[in-house]
Every structure is written in C-alpha cells, then in structure tokens.
Ligand binder design. Structure first.
Ligand SMILES: [Zn+2]
Length: 551
C-alpha cells in the first residue's frame, strides 16, 4: 500500500460501508476500508501512515459552478471592500502604484461601496488623477455594475473625446459635458480589452495559484467557466494552459471545463477544432486532471437588475418580465448542434421564464436526437414552481445550485416574484424529494468558494449572520448537502463511478475537517475548518503548515 489513513471517523457516503476507521490506498485508488486493526495490518515498509486523530473524513468536495480564472484575477486586484472613506481608497491606490512591479501597468481596485463612507460621495477621474497622472487606475464598485477610471485610463480606453448626448458608450459626464471617468455596465468591458490577455505562462500561474487556494478549501474538483476570463473568447488559449498543466502533472485538483460559447459561429468553430465533452488531459495518477465539460450558455440576467426572465411581470417593476438573451429559435439551434455533436449542455437560468425556455429547447433537442443520459443541466435554477421542478425530473435535467446565494437574495426574492412563487423557489428540498440530480457550487468570485458556509446555507437558509431562516422548509439535511458537494458533482461530470464517495475501487480524494459537522448545530458548520485535502491519496493541503502542495 502507498498510504494508509487510520484513526478517523470516515463517513464514506457509500451505503455499503457508511462509516469506517481506516482506508488503504495504492496508486491513488482506495483498496480497502475497515477498522484500524484490519487496515494497518496491510502496511508494508514503504507505506505512509497518516493518523487522522479521530477527525471527520468525507469524500473531497466538488464545486460544480465557478470561474477559477476570474477568481485568480480578483485575487490579484487591490481589495477596496473594507475601505470606509474616499481618502482610504486614494491611499490604497497610491500604495498599489508605488508597489507595482511593472511600471505603468494598470492598477485595478475592486469592491468599493460609497455607502460605507462618511460623506458617501463618489470620486471622479480628477480625484484619481491626484493619485497618478501616468499610471492607469480603475476602481470597480462592489456591485460590478460600475467602474471609475482616472484620466490616463480614459485616454488608453479612447474615451476622452466622448460627448454627452452623442456617445454610444455608457459613461458619466461632468456638468460641462466632458467624461467624468464613470463607466457603466458593458462599457466596462473596454478595460478588459485594453488590458489584453496575459501570456500563456502567466495564465498557467494564475490557474495554479487559484487551484491551490481551492485545495485549501477541501476542494478536489471544480467545474469552471473560464473562456471569457480575458478579452473576448479565448477558448483555445485557456484549453492550452490547462492542458499543459495537466500533462505536466502540476494541477493539484481536477478541473471540468464549462465551455462558454455564446453564439453559433463560436460553437461551430469549437466543434470544428474537434472539441467535445469528455476530451481529457493528464496521464497516470493525473488522468482526467483537465476535462472539457458542457457547452455553457447564459439565457437571462439577475434578479437584482430585474433582468432574470420571469413568466409574470416583476412585482417590484410591473413593466418588465426581464430580458431573454436568445430568441427561442436561436437557442434551439445552439442546443441542437451541441446535443447532436455529443456535448453536454449547462444553461444559466435564474428566472422561471428562462428555465421554461431552456427546458422546452432541451426537450426538443433530446426528442429529435435521442442520446442515453446526456446530463444536461440548468445553472442557478432559482425561481421555480412545482410543475417546473417536476419537468426536471421527467426530462432528467440536472440542477447546479448555489445555496450560499440565499444570504444575498433572501431580501429581494419576495419583492421580485411575490411570496407565493418565492415559497417554491430555491427549492432544494423538493429537488431532493423528486430525485433531481442537484450539485452544489459557489459561482466564485460572486461568492467565496468555501464549501462549509455553502453547506451551512443549504441546511439553515439564513444570511449566516443571524437572520431568521428564509423558507426553511425548502432546506436539506447535512448529509444531503454534503452529497450535493461530493457525489452529485461527480455525477455532473460523468465520474460517479470513480469519485464522489469513499468506496473500494474509487480514487482516494478526501477531506479532513476539524469538527464533525454531523454532531454540531447546523449553524456552526460555517465555522468548521478544513484540516487536510487529499487527491489520489496524496496530501495536497494541510492546515498546520502553509500550502504543502509543491510542483
Ligand atoms: Zn457563473
């Protein structure tokens, strides 16, 4: 045996042996499970023996929807989330300008919120010019809907000559009609375009650093939507970066790529390259370290912006039902193409109108070209009534849910859709009862990818800061929540036979926690720490030390 993990409280999620003390690993695979005595007797002179000290062991976690490269970029930004005044923002930016390694490279600050400041006054480009007139500076509001840039950045973006009344960009103006440095909504994309795409080696570094952070959260697999992390769609470059890391054996965890391809031409080009769901890289123990997953499509926006598509008008904005991103015929053709070519499909839908449109189109695609269990799914899947959920079951469509969203959304859903529909929305209890495959994710960087607060939200449905639970009857048990973040994630990538529970013959991917989440009040689960993460029997993270994974 290569490794023996003993003296643990090992919850396997395998009904055949739900609980054991020890397990033995060879070549990354679980060979035996049992009592300490049984398993330790298998040790040879070369066997590494890891004492679990009685702690809880679970199958390693999976985050079934996030954006790893976006997270890596946000991590590298100057954090403005905790700033309490404009002068503090200016000081932070000045510090970043002074510390910048490459002279003149963009300074990106993220997360300011003027409502947290004493005078609540937004700066303009002239304020930021006092920090630097030579270095482009961008600060982005915590809501992500707006940025403020200095004059140097405005020059690089080619926006200095824009005039109020004639511009096609969504920008702000001073009273004299000249730009004040505010960029709103899609105009913010110009910054990404201007900054360009980093070289391959730098993308690989970003991936590695983010993947190590994920490993520290007990995560052994993520489903990541990355193709638009930089300017435009960079599918080939991003596949190459992950592929090289997988083939070099450097990825500490497994990545299942959600392939964002927004239009027919982009999808066709991707298929013409020969890409399909299941294309996989990595050898030996690293086999499948990087695998192409589903086509990812977005069909609506968000509830907060009233752009998620509802079947009835918004209660708080009766003149709108949200905005469909695709006409049905266009969406149908995308799904038909992907489905016929062997792609899995994962569709961002938040409102019930978007979910209905997607289920209609998936049903037609599957009827037209029957395929065994293609495992198409709906990402977010928030506003639902019971008949809509029953359609998930009858079509065998999966849900990718983000329980942690409740803490931000619980204050707005009733206003948007009314209490009757809210009471059947974010309805993970009904999904479980119907037998819908529902996997859990964070949508990081929208929320942090810590799994334990997410599990906590799935069970208690509060804001995690002491609010009253929000439709608590729609919550799940701790065990059901753990399954959402383990075996259901494996199911969503067609890997439930090799991962997702601790079973003889499956990969030895596990997480060790500092407390037993089945024996403490559910509200405390958010505070439980990951002590160790193991991938293929190898410790890739251990809390007592800094990151133990080395390349
Ligand atoms: Zn997302």
């Amino acid at each position: 045996m290569d490794q023996i993990f003993f003296n643990g409280t090992i919850r396997t999620l395998d009904p055949a042996i739900p609980l054991c003390q020890a397990l033995a690993v060879k070549d990354g695979v679980i060979m035996r499970m049992g009592t300490d005595g049984e398993i330790l007797s298998l040790a040879g002179p070369e066997t590494a023996k890891i004492d679990l000290k009685g702690r809880l062991v679970l199958p390693g976690f999976c985050d079934s929807h996030m954006h790893l490269l976006h997270y890596a970029q946000v991590k590298n930004c100057l954090s403005l989330f905790h700033a309490t005044s404009l002068s503090e923002i200016m000081e932070l930016c000045a510090g970043a300008v002074a510390a910048a390694k490459e002279k003149g490279s963009w300074i990106m600050g993220l997360g300011f919120n003027e409502n947290n400041w004493d005078d609540k006054t937004l700066p303009t480009r002239r304020d930021l010019d006092r920090v630097s007139q030579n270095v482009p500076i961008v600060i982005r509001r915590a809501c992500f809907h707006m940025m403020i840039v200095n004059t140097k950045a405005l020059e690089l973006l080619g926006l200095t000559g824009e005039k109020q009344g004639t511009t096609t960009h969504r920008i702000g103006f001073y009273p004299d009609g000249t730009p004040n440095g505010f960029l709103q909504e899609e105009t913010q994309n110009l910054v990404q375009l201007s900054m360009g795409t980093p070289p391959l080696e730098q993308i690989k570094e970003l991936i590695l650093s983010a993947a190590c952070d994920a490993a520290a959260m007990g995560i052994v697999q993520i489903h990541s939507d990355d193709f638009e992390a930089f300017a435009g769609n960079q599918a080939e470059l991003i596949i190459q970066a992950y592929r090289e890391l997988a083939e070099e054996g450097k990825l500490p965890i497994r990545i299942y790529q959600q392939c964002l391809l927004r239009d027919q031409a982009t999808l066709d080009a991707f298929l013409d390259h020969g890409h399909r769901t299941g294309e996989s890289y990595g050898a030996g123990l690293f086999r499948g370290a990087y695998t192409l997953g589903p086509l990812k499509i977005l069909t609506d926006g968000s509830l907060g912006a009233n752009t998620a598509v509802l079947r009835k008008p918004y209660r708080n904005a009766p003149n709108t039902k949200g905005i469909h991103i695709y006409e049905k015929a266009v969406l149908q053709k995308l799904f038909d193409t992907a489905h016929r070519n062997g792609m899995q499909i994962a569709v961002h839908c938040i409102g019930d109108g978007a979910i209905e449109q997607t289920l209609d189109c998936l049903e037609t695609a599957m009827d037209t070209c029957p395929r065994a269990n293609p495992r198409h799914g709906v990402v977010h899947c928030q506003i639902t009534d019971i008949p809509l959920l029953e359609r998930f079951r009858s079509l065998n469509v999966m849900a990718y849910i983000q329980p942690i969203f409740v803490r931000g959304d619980m204050d707005i859903v009733d206003d948007c859709v009314g209490p009757e529909l809210a009471a059947t929305s974010y309805n993970w209890r009904k999904m479980e009862d119907l037998g819908i495959h529902a996997s859990g994710g964070s949508d990081c960087p929208a929320e942090p990818f810590d799994i334990l607060p997410n599990i906590c939200c799935a069970v208690i449905r509060t804001d995690l800061a002491g609010s009253a639970p929000w439709y608590p009857e729609n919550g799940v048990t701790v065990e059901e929540a753990v399954k959402m973040f383990t075996i259901e994630g494996a199911y969503a990538s067609f890997e439930e036979d090799i991962r997702g529970s601790l079973t003889v013959g499956k990969l030895a991917d596990l997480v060790v926690l500092d407390r037993n989440i089945f024996q403490i009040p559910a509200g405390e689960i958010k505070d439980v720490s990951v002590d160790m993460t193991v991938v293929n029997g190898r410790i890739v993270y251990e809390r007592t030390q800094a990151k133990t994974f080395s390349i």
